[in-house]
Each structure stands twice: as structure tokens, then as C-alpha cells.
Design a protein around this ligand. Sequence first.
Ligand SMILES: Nc1ncnc2c1ncn2[C@@H]1O[C@H](COP(=O)(O)OP(=O)(O)OP(=O)(O)O)[C@@H](O)[C@H]1O
Ligand SMILES: [Mg+2]
Length: 394
Amino acid sequence: MSQISTLAFDLEESSGQGHGMVAFVDPKSHQIVECNDSLSEALGVAKTQILGETVFQVFTSKSRRSAEKVYRSFLKTQSVSEAELELEDTDGKGIPVTLRLSGARDEKGKIHCTRFSWHNISDLKKETNRLREKVALGLREVNKRGKHLQKEVERRKTTQSKLRNTVTLLRRRAKETRILAKRVIGIQEAERRRLARDLHDETNQKLAFLSLQVAGLMQGLPMKTDQLQQHLQSVLDNISSLANEVRQLAHQLHPAVLEHLGFVEAMEAYIAEISQSKEFEIVFRHRNVHKTIPLELSLCLYRVAQECLGNVIKHAHARTIQLSFVGFAKSLRLSIRDDGIGMTPKQFRGLSQGLGFVSMRERVRLVKGRLRIKSKPRKGTEIHITVPRVENIS
Ligand SMILES: Nc1ncnc2c1ncn2[C@@H]1O[C@H](COP(=O)(O)OP(=O)(O)OP(=O)(O)O)[C@@H](O)[C@H]1O
Ligand SMILES: [Mg+2]
């Protein structure tokens, strides 16, 4: 009697939980001896049809075998057991449940009644499936994006490798151009030197001889040929001014003084020459440049200064040009400043027709130096060249 009342209590409590389906089973015959309404409602059959049936009949054929296994294992171990299975309902879809087995024991501790309690997990399953689908969808999207990213990475890799090839090619071309520029500048200097020597040794000598001849002629003429004397004197003057110009030209082409006396003296001589007839003032200052400068460096600086001064004369309309040449422990700096009309970046970046800036930059680069230009329209121009003071540059 006490056992029955315990079962009744258990059943009521289980029904109160709403979803809880409970049945009590005889462990020997496996027949259902009692069950609650929740179970009969869920299975869609009357309670009277359930009682007396083997408990395994309430499971779908799919999960019957597992139910038997769980039950047998429970009886053997006599410990509480749990599993996920399916109950068979009338429409044959099956109700997903969790099964919990527990037993009521007699005085000897032996199970005399097994309690099957099922919990309907349809909603949980649905939610799990919904989440699973969502995750699968997310995964598909991630995969899709991953593939897209992979393609993008591949595309970038290809572009990068193409760019690398182009950079290598450009570097090679730049190197070739540098070698070519160096050769061109070398050839140009050699040619200038040859021209200067020819002008000095041949043309100038011939002019000197011609002026001696004219002077001789003048001496041999009788006094009364005054007009002729005057005429010859003017020929003589022309010859001497021509000789002067040829000398200057030879000097500009190849300043021998640069080789023999150095940059400062060559610059002073050049400034004296160009200052003669012009309407501007050139101020040249130098500091700490006593040490001898390698010819390659002084030639570079001289040519750059020549081009800068030439540019100021040609384009700047300046009144004052300041040249400064300063020696530091490891470098030399030449600066040319003018108070002229200045220029736009397009002009000084060498984008104009002229070759002056292009050649200047190339010469400075060949001696591993740096060229900086500061200029603005109507604000004058400053050009700074810094070169390392090394003995052997190439
Ligand atoms: N000191 C300066 N003041 C104003 N403009 C200048 C000055 N130096 C150069 N420029 C401008 O920059 C341009 C480029 O100079 P660059 O020396 O390269 O060529 P260029 O003197 O015109 O020709 P090239 O030097 O080949 O005879 C010049 O045409 C001129 O307009
Ligand atoms: Mg120029």
C-alpha cells in the first residue's frame, strides 16, 4: 500500500511539471504498471491501452533497441541512467525525448519497480536544428568569403610579383641609364678638354702669329699712309679681342686652372670673366676648403656652378648672386642664391625643355651627392649641393 501511494505521489509531481511523462515498469516482465496522463496524451492513446504493454512498445522502432540497451544496463548497474530517444506517437513522426531511469528498492535494496520518466525535447531539438542551420549557413558564408579572399590574395600576389618584376626592370634600366650618363659626361669632358687644347695650342697661336704679321706690316709702311695705319690698328685690335674670346672659350671648355690650382681659384677666375660686362653683382665666399679636392668632385661642382650661374644670367633677372662654398669634416656644400624672378616646381624638377637641371642632377648623383632647390615665383632661387668629401668616388 505504501508503495502505491509513493507511485501516486511521483505521478502527480511529474504531471505537475507539464512536459514530464512517467511510467512505472515491472523489472521482470517489463510491463507498464502505471503511467501518467502526460504520457497517454503524448502517445495519443488511452491510458488503459498503455497499461500492461511492454515498456519498449512506447518507443519508435528506430530507438527501441537503444532503449532496451539502456534499460538493461540500468538494471545491471542499478544506477540512475539517462539517454536521448524517441517515443512513438499516432502520426508516426516520433517525439524526441530524454529518458531518465530510476528505481524503487525493497528492504534488501533490490529494485522492485523501475521509473521511466521522459522529457519532451522537441522544442529544444527544433531550436538546436535552427541554430545548426544558422551555423551551417554562416559557415557557408564564411567559406564563400574565404574563397573570395583567397582569390583576392592570389590576385594581389600576382600583382605584387608583376610589380616586383617591373621594379627590378626599372632598377636595371636606371642602372643602365646611370652608366650611360656617366659615360656621356666622361666623353663630354674629354671632348671639351680636346677642344680647349686645340683652341689654345693652335687657334690662339695662329691668332698671335697673325697679329705679329699685321704689326710687322704696320712698321714697314711709310708715315703718310695714316689711314691705312688706322685701319690696320683696328684689324690688330679685332685680332686681339678675338684671341681673348678664344682664350675665354678654351677656359670655359676646360678650366686648366681647376686642375692646377683648384675649385676656388677656378671659380674666382670664372666669376671675374662673366662679371665684366654684366649688370649684376656676384659675391663669392668660401670657408674651410683648404684641403685638396679630388678633380672628379671639383669638376662636378664647377660644372654645376657654371650651369647655375648661366641659368641666373639667362633666366633670373637678378641683381645679386651669392655663391658660398663651405667645407665640413666629411662633406662640401656649394650654395647659389639669387634674388631674381624665381621659378615653379615644374621648372626646377627638370620638366621643362632644358637639359641644365637634368645634367646637374646626374652629375651630383654620380659623386653620391645631394641637390636641393628652393624657389618660388618672385622669391628668388636657392640651390644647395652637398657632396661627400671622399678621395675616390667611383
Ligand atoms: N635661377 C633661376 N631663376 C629663374 N628661373 C630659372 C632659374 N634657373 C632655371 N630657371 C628656369 O628653369 C628652367 C630649366 O632650367 P634648365 O637649366 O634645366 O634649362 P634651360 O636653362 O632652359 O636650358 P639649358 O640649360 O639646357 O640651356 C629654365 O628654362 C628657366 O625657366
Ligand atoms: Mg640651363
